[in-house]
Design a protein around this ligand. Structure first.
Ligand SMILES: Nc1ncnc2c1ncn2[C@@H]1O[C@H](COP(=O)(O)OP(=O)(O)OP(=O)(O)O)[C@@H](O)[C@H]1O
Ligand SMILES: O=P(O)(O)OC[C@H]1O[C@H](OP(=O)(O)OP(=O)(O)O)[C@H](O)[C@@H]1O
Ligand SMILES: [Mg+2]
Length: 302
């Protein structure tokens, strides 16, 4: 039982808080009544449905829900479970950047299994049976007697990491972020099945014209989170050097200053590069460098 769970205040899902922040940044306003998994949006003719991450690709794929936010791992699992020749009804629209984790093959730290191939024919427990079946099928060869050795993949819904210690599995396939859970269970990762982040997905058959509007609002918030606005003053003679360092998304904005030999520049810079950019700008003579947070942005090319 989860110690922090409480009947009135359900703590749900790893992706929930970042998703709610994204909806709020996209000005999608709603009030969710306690215990209800559906909420009507106040300022758009749409409804939000709160579903387990693993079920979202199914509802979207069936065209019952137009847009969804879940992990790429869940989309992969949904697609891997499709019958041969069946086409997925889910299309990825956008990588949302949060919820980063890896679906990894894990075995007891103290055992003698060092590579995933050694688990072929053995017992593997996971919540991702389709992806795991596909992964091990890729490793399964033909045995010396001519038969093929199948890995036995069993499903459990949670606490997958307990399976080895309980003697149910020789290895597991489960998500790893910090690695704390894996370490605490005495396991080590020996292979990666998929790398995942949260994604915005849409139904391939949707005809709802609001899908593009909502997707572009969400894209605006995600872009805004990735970039900062960098403003600085620089001698006009250094303009070429400076614009090489901050080329902006299209081009930097250059404004003349009252002081003839100087210009002011403002340009969007990737947040993860800003420290290096500031160092380099200082080297070419920039002064009064300011870095500003971008609340939201919209650009057709992004
Ligand atoms: N430790 C983690 N760190 C980062 N992302 C994770 C982690 N665990 C899971 N995720 C991502 O979040 C998605 C949802 O996982 P989660 O276990 O929260 O599902 P849920 O069904 O929505 O909630 P719960 O399991 O609490 O019922 C996963 O598919 C994965 O993409
Ligand atoms: O590498 P870490 O940072 O430790 O995170 C990994 C853990 O997070 C997820 O479980 P979650 O907490 O969602 O619990 P669950 O097994 O009940 O889904 C996942 O299934 C791992 O157990
Ligand atoms: Mg979970």
């Amino acid at each position: 039982m989860k110690s922090d769970s409480n009947e009135d205040e359900k703590i749900e899902g790893r992706l929930q808080q970042a998703t709610l922040d994204l909806l709020s940044g996209s000005d999608i306003q709603f009030r969710r009544e306690t215990r209800l998994d559906i909420a009507l949006v106040k300022n758009l003719p749409i409804a939000l449905i709160f579903l387990p991450a693993a079920d979202i690709p199914t509802f979207v794929g069936e065209g019952r829900v137009d847009l969804g936010i879940t992990g790429r791992d869940q989309v992969g699992e949904h697609d891997a479970a499709l019958a041969e020749g069946e086409e997925s009804g889910v299309a990825e629209v956008l990588d949302l950047g949060f919820g980063g984790c890896k679906l990894q093959v894990q075995v007891p730290e103290k055992g003698d299994i060092r590579e995933a191939k050694q688990l072929v024919g053995k017992n593997v427990v996971t919540s991702f049976t389709a992806l795991s079946t596909q992964f091990f099928a890729g490793l399964e060869g033909v045995t010396e007697r001519g038969g093929s050795l199948k890995t036995k993949i069993k499903y459990v819904g949670g606490s997958v990491e307990a399976a080895c210690a309980l003697g149910v599995a020789d290895g597991i396939v489960d998500l790893v972020e910090s690695g704390e859970t894996m370490k605490a269970a005495g396991l080590k990762a020996i292979d990666t099945v998929v790398q995942s982040t949260a994604v915005l997905i849409k139904s391939k058959n949707t005809k709802n014209e609001l899908v593009d509007l909502i997707a572009s609002r969400i894209r605006g918030v995600i872009d805004a989170q990735k970039y900062v606005l960098c403003q600085y003053n620089i001698p006009r003679a250094q303009l070429v050097a400076a614009t090489k360092i901050t080329p902006g998304k299209r081009a930097p904005t250059v404004t003349a200053l009252e002081e003839a030999e100087w210009v002011a520049i403002s340009a969007m810079v990737e947040k993860k590069k800003i420290a290096t950019v500031m160092d380099e700008l200082t080297t070419v003579g920039a002064t009064d460098i300011l870095v500003l947070k971008i609340e939201n942005t919209r650009s057709p090319s992004s």
